[in-house]
Ligand binder design. Structure first.
Ligand code: CTP
Ligand code: ZN
Length: 156
């Protein structure tokens, strides 16, 4: 907690998951990617544009704390798309028992909206989009469209 000077901006949590070192301003997108909305009932603490000694963009970062829920690697790895330096801390009885980074998954299911209006995943069908993450960009496995730029604006 060295990089939160002058006391704590948001309190430590007893049990749950802390997603730290989120790119400044990206916390709300992170919540969306985790499926956390106004319709779900997680106990959350969110800090945005917090001063950090170790983070890139103007020394600022975001933090998301989800109490009483240990997020799985599969759930959090998608965050790497928008925040590759995020860390995931599992907290039990106030102690950080596990800390790890995020790795971009090979497949993204139901997370990206295809840019091709004619893609089957954009029709009124109950079909989740599936994108393969390649060096060229995000490859739609239904219509072969490759999204190369501004990935954040294509997150569902
Ligand atoms: N944290 C929390 N509640 C706890 C313990 C930790 O909210 N009971 C938060 C801290 O505020 C921090 C993150 O979990 O944002 C990681 O905690 P810790 O490993 O103690 O902090 P650092 O050593 O600063 O982590 P790093 O080196 O990853 O920046
Ligand atoms: Zn498509």
């Amino acid at each position: 907690m060295e990089d939160e000077p002058r006391g704590l901006l948001i309190s430590p949590i007893k049990d749950g998951t802390v997603i730290d070192h989120i790119r400044a301003g990206a916390a709300l997108t992170v919540l969306r990617m985790l499926g956390i909305t106004s319709q779900t009932d997680e106990e959350l603490s969110i800090a945005t544009n917090v001063t950090s000694m170790t983070d890139e963009k103007e020394g600022k970062k975001d933090i998301v704390k989800v109490s009483n829920r240990e997020l799985s690697k599969e759930e959090v790895d998608r965050i790497a798309l928008i925040s590759p330096h995020a860390t995931i801390n599992i907290i039990r009885n106030y102690i950080v028992v596990e800390k790890k980074g995020v790795e971009t998954p090979k497949l993204l299911t139901g997370i990206i909206r295809c840019t091709n209006a004619g893609c089957i995943t954009n029709a009124n069908e109950p079909i989740k989009s599936v994108f393969e993450v390649t060096d060229e960009g995000l490859h739609c496995l239904y219509c072969d469209t490759v999204i190369t730029t501004d990935i954040e604006s294509h997150i569902t």
